[in-house]
Design a protein around this ligand. Structure first.
Ligand code: AMP
Ligand code: GLY
Length: 421
């Protein structure tokens, strides 16, 4: 089979690597990919929101199956567009993608189906916010309704902050959002739970914990994710049963009842408090960097999983996992998530000796005349698997130290919850 993979981050390099291991695959084309995918696939420069052009390229490269990595093309309806044009594609429809694309849509599903989540109020006008403020407890989480590249959530400790952030959203700070969701602030431990879903069934697809804050000890602004590990020990069998029965099943049933079943990866973002799961968010894709720690543990052929999901045959597929644990540390350009320099050369990548337990997934990288250069904020994901999280982290840091890149930084405390307590 010829496979096309849409996206260019660490998640897509990890997916590409796994797809490349499949015996079912002849050729992989990445739209547009990065310096990492270039070593095993053909990278084709294209705007991932230009669906027409992507369709032309899919035909040109005789693609049999398309995998969509990031949320934006999914929310904008790439799956519906490609299916209408008789292309096989793995990922949720435009309607189902509203689980991530509209926080108000997701919250309404929760309320109607008694899914545990933070109490909330959807506002379309500032006067509704002002009224809400009279009787609310602080802090309050202010969320832009639509996609906001990870920047749409503000935890507000004062009423003034709430007024300021909601006004900004109503004034159009995020083009995709005319609504605001105000939420009760949940305390507890965050965890990401993943499923691969077809129209009738779903299968577990790993658990992980991300580290969203930029600095050690979880300080500083939020990022796309600075590192992760899998599995997440907090997800016990007992908790998993609750996640499935109270959150995942009712959600998938609600979409089926609307004649719009979910199909694709489902990322369930949870807060765990007193052994009870609360849904914080849904994402309609694999996480980044969670994908980079989950896929190295996967034993089953990933292309077989995609094909079974599309054909609604997941029920009888056994998805197998390695017992080993996995961790990734994200190497970023100094200044990230704020302004940072680009086009910086990274030296010595070839000096890292990779065993079959180590992986380097590229994110914001490009090759210029054979030189590896950074082009994004999150640049490389240094990943290893093994039997002890503490030893894995030591190995990753040992590998990072071989690199010569003074303009980069990373968190040395990834996994502190399970290693350093
Ligand atoms: P989201 O974009 O909904 O994932 O929110 C980004 C981050 O904000 C989450 O990963 C949480 O750390 C935090 N967050 C979102 N909603 C809440 C909430 N209701 N209570 C506490 N923290 C939250
Ligand atoms: N790691 C967070 C995300 O993928 O949204």
């Amino acid at each position: 089979m010829n496979i096309a993979l849409i996206g260019s981050g660490g998640r897509e390099h990890a997916l590409c690597n796994k797809i490349n291991e499949s015996k079912l695959v002849d050729k992989i084309v990445c739209f547009p990919g990065n310096a990492g995918t270039a070593s095993m696939a053909t990278n084709v420069e294209v705007d991932i929101l230009n669906f027409k052009k992507i369709l032309r390229l899919i035909k040109l490269h005789k693609i049999d199956l398309v995998i969509v990595g990031p949320e934006e093309p999914l929310v904008k309806g790439i799956v519906d567009y490609l299916k209408k044009n008789k292309i096989k594609v793995f990922g949720p429809s435009k309607y189902a993608s509203k689980l991530e694309g509209s926080k108000a849509f997701m919250k309404i599903i929760c309320k109607k189906n008694k899914i545990p989540t933070a109490k909330f109020k959807i506002c379309t006008k500032q006067i509704q916010v002002v009224r809400f403020l009279k009787n609310c407890n602080l802090p309050i989480v202010v969320k832009a309704d639509g996609l906001a590249a990870g920047k749409g959530v503000t935890i507000c400790k004062t009423r003034e902050q709430i007024v300021k952030s909601t006004e900004e959203i109503f004034r159009g700070k995020f083009k995709s959002s005319k609504k605001v969701v105000l939420e009760e602030f949940l305390t507890g431990e965050e965890v990401s739970y993943f499923a691969v879903v077809d129209n009738n069934n779903f299968k577990f697809f790993g658990s992980a914990q991300d580290h969203k804050r930029v600095f050690e000890k979880d300080r500083g602004p939020n990022t796309g994710g600075m590192g992760a590990y899998s599995p997440a020990p907090i997800v016990t069998k007992k908790l998993e049963k609750k996640i499935i029965s109270k959150i995942i099943r009712p959600t998938l049933k609600a979409l089926r009842n609307k004649k719009n079943p979910y199909n694709g990866f489902l990322y369930v973002g949870l807060m765990i408090k007193n052994n009870e799961p609360y849904l914080i968010e849904y994402n309609i894709r694999m996480g980044d960097p969670e994908c980079q720690v989950i896929l190295p543990r996967l034993k089953t052929d990933i292309v077989k999983i995609f094909v079974n999901a599309i054909e609604n045959k997941l029920k009888n597929l056994k998805i197998q996992w390695k017992k080993q644990k996995s961790m990734t540390i994200v190497l970023c350009a100094k200044g990230y998530p704020g302004t940072h320099k680009k086009n910086l050369q990274i030296k010595n990548l070839g000096k890292i000796r990779l065993s079959s337990s180590d992986f380097i997934y590229h994110a914001g990288t490009k090759l210029y005349n054979g030189q590896l250069r950074s082009v994004g904020g999150r640049v490389l994901n240094i990943t290893s698997i093994g039997n002890s999280f503490s030893k894995i982290r030591k190995k990753i840091i040992f590998n990072i130290k071989k690199l010569r890149w003074n303009d980069g930084f990373y968190r040395k405390d990834i996994g502190w919850r399970i290693i350093d307590k």
